[in-house]
Design a protein around this ligand. Structure first.
Ligand code: PRP
Ligand code: URA
Length: 207
């Protein structure tokens, strides 16, 4: 299921990302904030637990997110600031890393690092700012789904319509929370209008 944000604040943050004058420092800051906002939009699906905490008025029992059942997985490298944003809110959840690089000729992603904790029974938040062809997200979801999570949720900043829809068809049980969907891909499989190469913009490595 695709959930495209309708929040004016999220649109504002994404459009600041698009601005070619936005430098790497601000770019990473905006990605962290977008991830926090999208986490809020996806929060209904997070596992909760009743907990008792001591307060100045004695004990209080109330609902908390069950962070012990949440894992946030980033698809390196452009997703790193998003993972930071999520884990600043859910400080006790576990973090996992998949490193993928898209081949610039074939546009297929190649996995070169996989460090993901046990996912059995967990709610997994998969973060990646860009969904272009959808190939990287598809490969990541396929790999993660095989490891028995209870639920998979993605948080993404910008997607091309065709890549996002292809992902939703291939993974009907996955909640795709995306800030904005753009209309097309260009001949090099870059999102248009998009923002260019997210990894390069976040880490000062222009092609
Ligand atoms: C970018 C982006 C996604 C992928 C999207 O990563 O962060 O992972 O491209 O493209 P797709 O939907 O066509 O697969 P990239 O491979 O450029 O690596 P980087 O983050 O290290 O720059
Ligand atoms: N990866 C990016 O960072 N941007 C795109 O537009 C496509 C893939």
């Amino acid at each position: 299921m695709i959930y495209e944000s309708t929040s004016p604040l999220v649109k504002h943050l994404v459009n600041r990302l698009r601005d070619a004058h936005t430098d790497a420092f601000l770019f990473r800051h905006l990605l962290r904030e977008i991830a926090r906002q999208l986490l809020g939009e996806a929060a209904e699906a997070l596992p909760t637990v009743e907990k008792k905490v001591p307060t100045w008025q004695g004990n209080f029992v109330g609902p908390f997110v069950d962070e012990s059942r949440v894992v946030c997985v980033s698809i390196l490298r452009a997703a790193l600031p998003m993972q930071e944003g999520v884990m600043e809110v859910l400080g006790e959840c576990e973090g996992g890393f998949l490193a993928m690089k898209r081949d610039e000729e074939t546009h297929e992603s190649r996995l070169y690092y996989d460090r993901v904790p046990d996912l059995k029974g967990k709610t997994v938040l998969v973060v990646d700012p860009m969904v272009a062809t959808g190939g990287s997200l598809h490969d990541a979801l396929e790999l993660l789904q095989e490891r028995g999570p209870e639920r998979l949720i993605t948080l993404n900043a910008i997607g091309a319509r065709e890549g996002v829809e292809k992902t939703a068809v291939a993974f009907p049980d996955v909640d795709i929370h995306i800030a904005q969907i753009d209309p097309v891909l260009n001949k090099d499989a870059y999102i248009v209008p998009g923002l260019g190469d997210a990894g390069d913009r976040a880490y000062n490595t222009p092609e």
